[in-house]
Design a protein around this ligand. Structure first.
Ligand SMILES: Nc1ncnc2c1ncn2[C@@H]1O[C@H](COP(=O)(O)OP(=O)(O)OP(=O)(O)O)[C@@H](O)[C@H]1O
Length: 630
């Protein structure tokens, strides 16, 4: 017998199972049955596609045996099984991507952490919530040697050779005294119906069967009533997605979600679609209630399982759906793909691509239906997944218009978010320009940005995009139908000849102050100029989009890289109609002009959500100005 230590993260999860998580213990059955079902899926595919497994018989079943005397619960499957190497790596270390995120998100608060466990497939280790000792006997299909893995969950596990008739895995859990409920047939059956009713393989269990008394013609009892033990199938074992929609109840849809998403929460919505025609396929997609914890990690786990004619192929293929729909959970099943499809083939397979493209269109149109018919639900969806969906605006050019129509926008004129179809109703029909502002600041701050003043003065509504991703994505979105999307900084309004002339004159009369500001600020600004865009604010910053450094930085940003180079110097714009600027023009106090140039520049940066280089300098200059004013 060889003793081994659990890897650190495995140990942390184990400790948590044993000492912290007391609510919703029943999910350990879901987790083990789901592993058994995965093991059957894997063997099914190998038997059908790999000559090495030609001799292996595939007779799929899962058995649950409760032994009240010995206080053991056993879950047995006739799946792929594990060899020594599998046992060591799968049941001793944790390689799952979500694990780290799970451990990082733990709060130490029992209640909150119990909820987290629901969002996260806890896997095999969940059995230690109810058992003080677990024995796994297993033999891999096509191999000779069987192994026994034993652990009491105290940091170590043993692996030794053993014998076993067929291939597959048997897990015996020695239950803690207070967990006797999990030995009751009706309790187990309820749990199976709740979480595992629609896994595609049958689950069997012994159940008491009541045999009524036998009576003769006179009504005299010839045989007393008795109970017999009968081994029965306790789940429906039908792949839910293959059943027609009208025959599936909401409860069944929800239960299936719970088994495939390992979640105790209800899904927000589901979409079940059967396509018949040149290519036949079925999809069943769910939108979860909450974003998966690993959604913004590069190593996120996919939630779509691919089946080929009901044979499970993979649940680890990120190409099945575009990454901006990575929150979806569900199934794609098609008869029209080759069973021995490899990952490379899958990615370039024309049938798969057609299924993928049609599925994306379907999901987007279903989302649009929800947005129209159930705005409350849609708002919930958008709050959780809006920023992920937004990624589609640059990664899925073909569906850009549809994705844009699924966005919810803040605008300067509305207190609630609006959708673009609504928004364009108020856009000038001649100019056909949709104006937007982006910035990494709070919504209220961005709404009061000086750059919006001329729009407010003209009563023109503007989309206010204050998420960091917006600053990267929206410069790439230039059109919506016949409308142009224009950044507020690039918007041009027609001016009469007189207006232009007047502006030129104003600019001339401010040349002196502009030069003094430029001298004071040096390389921090590219140039200083007057602007007619401002109403209430004295100054604002403008990016010089012609500057090669700006273009370079923008390109790097779009590729998701930070160039590390300092941001290119902006153009500093001053408002000649503002009292402060007018007074500075007439001032002869060079020190004051110098301080004001710095304070105003910093003020403009703050409005744009840019951190100050030297806050102490800003404060001391501001204080000097105030002192002078007193
Ligand atoms: N009954 C089984 N038969 C064969 N292999 C198994 C069985 N149970 C577990 N395993 C192996 O152990 C691994 C770890 O299982 P665990 O339940 O901890 O995580 P998982 O199933 O990979 O992830 P998740 O629970 O999130 O789906 C599995 O991926 C599988 O390789």
């Amino acid at each position: 017998m060889a003793k081994h230590q659990f890897q650190t993260e495995a140990n942390q999860i184990l400790n948590l199972m044993i000492h912290s998580l007391y609510s919703n213990k029943e999910i350990f059955i879901r987790e083990l049955v789901s592993n058994a079902s995965d093991a059957l899926d894997k063997l099914n595919m190998l038997v059908l596609t790999d000559d090495k497994y030609k001799e292996v018989t595939f007779s799929p079943r899962i058995d649950i045996v409760a032994n009240k005397e010995a206080k053991t619960l056993t879950i047995k499957d006739s799946g792929i099984g594990m060899n020594e190497e599998d046992l060591m790596s799968h049941l001793g270390t944790i390689a799952k991507s979500g694990t780290k995120a799970f451990l990082e998100n733990l709060t130490g608060d029992q209640k909150k952490d119990s909820n987290l466990i629901g969002q996260f497939g806890v896997g095999f280790y969940a059995c230690f919530m109810v058992a003080h000792k677990v024995e796994v006997t297993t033999k891999k299909a096509g191999e000779e040697q069987a192994f026994l893995w034993t652990s009491t969950g105290d940091g170590e596990f043993d692996v030794e050779n053993t014998t076993q008739d067929g291939h597959g895995t048997t897990i015996v859990m020695h239950l803690n005294d207070e967990e006797a409920e999990f030995l009751e047939a009706h309790r187990i059956e309820t749990i199976i119906k709740k979480y595992s009713n629609h896994i595609p393989f049958p689950i069997f269990m012994d159940k008491d069967k009541f045999i009524p008394a036998v009576k003769d013609d006179d009504g005299k009892e010839t045989e007393p009533s008795r109970t017999e033990i009968e081994n029965v199938q306790i789940n429906r074992a039908n792949a839910l997605w293959t059943i027609s929609k009208s025959e599936i109840t909401d409860e069944e849809y929800k239960d299936f979600y719970s088994s495939i998403a390992h979640s105790s929460e209800e899904p927000l919505a589901w979409m079940h679609n059967k396509a018949e025609g040149a290519i036949e396929y079925t999809t069943l997609f769910y939108i979860p209630n909450k974003a998966p914890m690993d959604m913004f990690r590069v190593d996120y786990q996919t939630g779509i399982k691919l089946y080929i004619n009901r044979v499970f192929i993979t649940d680890d293929e990120k190409e099945l759906m575009p990454t901006y729909l990575r929150f979806l959970r569900g199934v794609i099943d098609s008869k029209d793909l080759p069973l021995n499809v490899s990952r490379e083939i899958l990615q370039s397979n024309a049938v798969m691509n057609k299924i993928k493209n049609a599925s994306v269109k379907k999901v987007l149109s279903e989302l649009s239906k929800i947005a129209k018919n159930d705005s409350e639900k849609y708002d919930k969806f958008f709050a959780e997944f809006g920023n992920v969906l937004k990624e589609g605006l640059y990664s899925d050019f073909g569906n850009r218009e549809k994705i844009l129509e699924l966005m919810k926008f803040n605008t300067i004129n509305s207190t609630e978010t609006v959708m673009i179809e609504e928004f364009v109703k108020n856009v000038d029909e001649e100019k056909k320009e949709i104006y937007y502002i982006t910035g990494k600041t709070s919504l209220s701050m961005l709404k009061s940005s000086p750059a919006l003043e001329r729009f407010k003065a003209k009563g023109i509504d503007v989309l206010v995009l204050n998420e960091e991703v917006d600053t990267i994505i929206f410069p790439m979105v230039t059109e919506y139908k016949e409308y142009k999307l224009v950044h507020v900084g690039d918007a041009k309004f027609e001016e009469s000849e007189e207006e232009k002339k007047a502006e030129e004159e104003v600019a001339k009369s401010y040349e002196g102050l502009a030069k003094e500001f430029k001298d004071a600020l040096g390389d921090r600004v590219k140039s200083v100029e007057t602007t007619s865009d401002l109403v209430d604010s004295p100054v604002k910053l403008k990016e010089d989009k012609e500057d090669p450094a700006y273009m370079m930085a923008q390109m790097m940003k779009q590729m998701g890289q930070d160039s590390g180079a300092p941001a290119p110097a902006p153009i500093f714009q001053i408002n000649p109609k503002h009292e402060l600027i007018m007074k500075l023009k007439d001032s002869a106090d060079q020190n004051l002009i110098n301080d004001a140039a710095h304070v105003l520049f910093d003020q403009a940066k703050l409005f744009d959500g840019i951190e100050l280089d030297d806050t102490a300098d800003f404060i001391s200059r501001l204080n000097r100005i105030i002192t002078k004013a007193l």
